[in-house]
Design a protein around this ligand. Structure first.
Ligand SMILES: NC(=O)c1ccc[n+]([C@@H]2O[C@H](COP(=O)([O-])OP(=O)(O)OC[C@H]3O[C@@H](n4cnc5c(N)ncnc54)[C@H](OP(=O)(O)O)[C@@H]3O)[C@@H](O)[C@H]2O)c1
Length: 195
């Protein structure tokens, strides 16, 4: 695939290097050069701080593209953060008419994607995806598998706000030195009576 990446920081490089290694063509859009990346891809990754979104989305047309939103509206960007905004992905969709927005990759730190490890305690790392367009979701699933992780469909774009909130909560636990996974039972033990 041709993948445009808007931003050239930690997330842009960690995911971009992984996709390049899987054989995809990558073009980065740095500050002042966003349009080239916006017009390059079948898929575009937004990897900029949330306050930059309005500006960068105004610099290109994303009509018909798969637009991956990995952003988090953390304020401040440390363990005490709350969300400055509840539904960034829905705002992205409103700012990019015709784009097929998928929320993905907002949970794990860039360091996770820059490293090779994908299996932890015998479980392959899962990447929840929220989006409304079946073709776009299938494309992002492929890109998740190219990074040796496992995609999980987690509902429509109207559920992305919960994925954004989950990120703030879980990252807060990690900053506090708690293992967020320890708070979640395995699927087979998740309900007293299985549905
Ligand atoms: N880092 C993580 O572990 C992590 C994990 C999950 C999600 N995220 C989310 O991913 C997004 C990117 O995070 P990051 O850690 O990769 O940030 P970063 O390392 O600070 O990189 C941000 C990039 O965005 C560029 N940028 C900022 N404002 C811009 C503008 N107006 N126009 C064009 N480019 C602009 C920066 O360019 P300059 O260098 O010129 O400022 C830089 O290349 C954020 O929304 C963050 O919440 C991060």
């Amino acid at each position: 695939m041709r993948i445009g990446i808007i931003g050239a920081g930690q997330m842009a490089r960690a995911l971009g290097n992984g996709w390049a290694a899987a054989g995809h063509d990558i073009r980065y859009g740095r500050r002042g050069d966003v349009r080239a990346a916006a017009e390059f891809g079948d898929v575009t990754l937004l990897a900029v701080p949330v306050p930059a979104l309005t500006e960068v989305l105004g610099e290109g047309s994303f009509d018909g593209q798969t637009l991956i939103d990995c952003t988090n509206a953390f304020e401040p960007d440390d363990g005490t953060m709350v969300l400055g905004e509840d539904a960034v992905a829905e705002r992205v969709a409103a700012l990019a008419p015709g784009a097929r927005v998928v929320k993905a990759f907002n949970l794990c730190a860039a360091e996770v994607w820059a490293a090779d490890e994908r299996v932890f305690d015998g479980h392959r790392l899962a990447v929840p995806l929220c989006g409304d367009d079946a073709d776009a979701l299938a494309r992002v699933e492929e890109l998740v598998r190219d990074l040796k992780a496992e995609p999980v469909r987690a509902g429509g774009l109207n559920r992305a706000r919960y994925l954004e909130a989950m990120s703030a909560f879980v990252v807060g636990m990690w900053f506090a030195g708690a293992d967020a996974r320890a708070a979640l039972p395995p699927l087979e033990a998740a309900f007293a009576i299985a549905d």
